[in-house]
Design a protein around this ligand. Sequence first.
Ligand SMILES: Cc1cc2nc3c(=O)[nH]c(=O)nc-3n(C[C@H](O)[C@H](O)[C@H](O)COP(=O)(O)OP(=O)(O)OC[C@H]3O[C@@H](n4cnc5c(N)ncnc54)[C@H](O)[C@@H]3O)c2cc1C
Length: 381
Amino acid sequence: MNFSLNQEQQMIVDSLGKYALNELKPVAQAYRDQLIPKEKMLEIQQRLVDFGVGAGVVSETLGGMGLDAVTMGLLQFEVAKVSPDIAITSLIQMTVGKLLPLVPEHLKEHYVTPVLAGTKLGCIGMSEPGAGSQVTAVNCRARLEGDEYVINGEKLWISSGGYSDFIFLLARFNDDPVGGLGLILVDRKHGYQTNDIKKMGLNSQSTAQVSFEDVRVPASNLMVEPGKAMKALLTMLASSRPIVGLMALAIAEAALEASVTYAKDRVQFGKPIAGHQLISAKLGEMATKIQAGKLMAFCALSAIDNNERSDVYSAMSKWFGAEMACEVVAEAMQIHGGNGVTSEFPIEYMYRSVRLFMVTEGTNEIQKLAIGRSLTGIDAF
Ligand SMILES: Cc1cc2nc3c(=O)[nH]c(=O)nc-3n(C[C@H](O)[C@H](O)[C@H](O)COP(=O)(O)OP(=O)(O)OC[C@H]3O[C@@H](n4cnc5c(N)ncnc54)[C@H](O)[C@@H]3O)c2cc1C
């Protein structure tokens, strides 16, 4: 397997890396722990689209760049390294972009063009108060009345929910546990409500509760008929999970870089702390964990690009990347001593942010169970 970047990938990564450092980092610092307002987030996403971030994944047939999975991973890594919050919003645009082919033909113009231009933000609504790891417990109901669906229920933890102009909604159309689940496009103008959720980190982007109370949507907005939605969403998740692992590792890489600088500057017992074996070994371990996680993620992404089976590699790279990243950032905090726990230094924000990656996009436990099932053929959920 070839892990070196081609010339085009190297160019995109270099120019995006510079842009992220010069333009996004100051925004991330200014909005630390505060929601980036929608107008500002749109402005950022529109600029990122030029680099292929987010909507770059949309196929050329739909007017997009049709970027491959490895390139999307590289791009998300660069953005997440300076701002995991901004990267989450572009990740959601990416997953929305992946699902655009499922948008009914008569609505394509209305959604594809704005997503490609970064002028509309979408979100994906699966989780609910009673349906987290067990997605098939979804209870948000879509009832057909004439030529409209009437939607009632609640979605929880929806990334970009508060920003969203539209939602790709996983809803229950009948009582069959899996056969009853379909995907429908609901526009903000149809009347859903959102409330942002305050979390331990990543509050510069929106994670929202989304409520539907007798929301009427044209029946022709159905994207995936009941019974086929889970397959479409699981395919989408298999392609985004390695990228989620990479985003956590991007935070870890930023923490490692800060730790290397700190360990060279901070003097105790007459020498830089980098000259103490326990600190030097910590840095060595941190770099190795990041490298292992990145290789696993790119292995999964390259399987996707080669149309090979990727779900198991995706699950492996998501849990491993997130777990390694949490360990690395915790060590970075230790290397920073007292300064690590103050808001004067970036580490405590990284520490609070990286933790969320153990839960989002399917918890680490669920990834391990999926891998176990692939080994034994026995479902242990
Ligand atoms: C920041 C953030 C962003 C998110 N963005 C989105 C989004 O955009 N769209 C969306 O639909 N969802 C989103 N989610 C929801 C996320 O996918 C769920 O939080 C996740 O699937 C876990 O569900 P839960 O929180 O209900 O936990 P639960 O399912 O209640 O799990 C609680 C604990 O039990 C464990 N557990 C559950 N079942 C088993 C089992 N069978 N065996 C062993 N352990 C088990 C879990 O691993 C976990 O540790 C987001 C979540 C977060 C935190």
